[in-house]
Design a protein around this ligand. Structure first.
Ligand code: FES
Length: 102
């Protein structure tokens, strides 16, 4: 299902992260290189809120144990670790929409 997440003016600035609630899902939105990415705001290691982590370029570092993931691809830095759960996100007429399961 596609739901409205926020207005475009609510998106984080480039190089930043922000938490949102989308339907029943906790979402982390990241902006880097002028693009917007969305993924589950739950680290695949032990469920830390990734929105409380650090964004360096397009790499987010988890605040709990430092695992690192590409927000662009969801892939972990360390081969074999689980990837982020990513969601499609887009803007239309100053509103931001996200595609969620269900
Ligand atoms: S909970 Fe994210 S690295 Fe452990």
């Amino acid at each position: 299902m596609i739901v409205k997440l926020c207005n475009s003016s609510d998106l984080p600035k480039d190089g930043a992260l922000r938490a949102f609630r989308g339907g029943a899902y906790d979402i982390c939105v990241a902006r880097c290189d002028g693009k917007t990415y969305a993924f589950a705001n739950e680290c695949p290691h032990q469920a830390a809120p990734l929105s409380a982590g650090e964004l360096d370029g397009c790499i987010v570092t988890c605040p709990y144990h430092g695992w690192r993931f590409s927000v662009a691809t969801g892939e972990p830095e360390k081969e074999g670790d689980p990837a982020l759960i990513r969601y499609e996100i887009g803007e239309l007429e100053n509103e931001v929409f996200i595609q969620l399961p269900g």
